[in-house]
Design a protein around this ligand. Sequence first.
Ligand SMILES: C[S@@+](CC[C@H](N)C(=O)[O-])C[C@H]1O[C@@H](n2cnc3c(N)ncnc32)[C@H](O)[C@@H]1O
Length: 228
Amino acid sequence: MIPWTLLGTANIPNDGGELRLSQRGDDFSIHLKGVRGELMSSRMHSSELALAALGCAHIKESEKSKVLVGGLGMGFTLAAALKVISINSQVVVAELVSEVIEWNKGPLGECADRPLDDSRVEVHLGDVAELFITGQATYDAILLDVDNGPEGFTQAGNNNLYSNESLQAMRQTLHPGGVLAIWSAWHDPKFIQQLKKNDFKVKAETVRAHKGKGSRHTIYLARKFHGA
Ligand SMILES: C[S@@+](CC[C@H](N)C(=O)[O-])C[C@H]1O[C@@H](n2cnc3c(N)ncnc32)[C@H](O)[C@@H]1O
């Protein structure tokens, strides 16, 4: 069997540890050093595509829309969002780790057909949470896949992202009818209740990791009520 080759390492801000990019043949893996495990694999990315397809389904016919993707990873969700939205639309992709952006400009970019080259994409280097501070209705969809579910994994600070305060801030940055879509490796009924308590209309879809097979992942779809 071909061994994995380490292509690069990066420090995750806020003492989050070390992120490592490895390659074996055509496969790439981004994992957290030590026992913390894999954050993203290029082999299984069907549910990352589903995050964009489900989270952007309501803007498929829109002439102009604005989508926020957090974070970049291997670019699958970003590329899938670009396929749904119109030519006049825009995607802001927030990525915490600068090296992830550089890796996507290098060999990793091939995974999702180099979505960063698309002129509709604007990159925000930093914490996605910084984009929720404005409190201004800006986005039609927010596609969030920064951890393995609604609890901090990449860095402990990400726990705050799933707090009531943060969910309210995300809700405010959505236009009425807009959708917050969150990727998760597990199904958490308590998180669904929490989203409902924060005035979202909620649905959870089960999707498979790899072409209708493999692990079951959950996409939480939280819609901001019209007129809210
Ligand atoms: C699981 S990967 C995303 C996979 C992506 N959906 C794809 O299609 O390849 C998680 C990404 O989120 C980034 N990240 C983690 N916490 C973040 C945060 N608070 N703000 C922005 N990006 C973050 C990580 O560095 C990593 O690149």
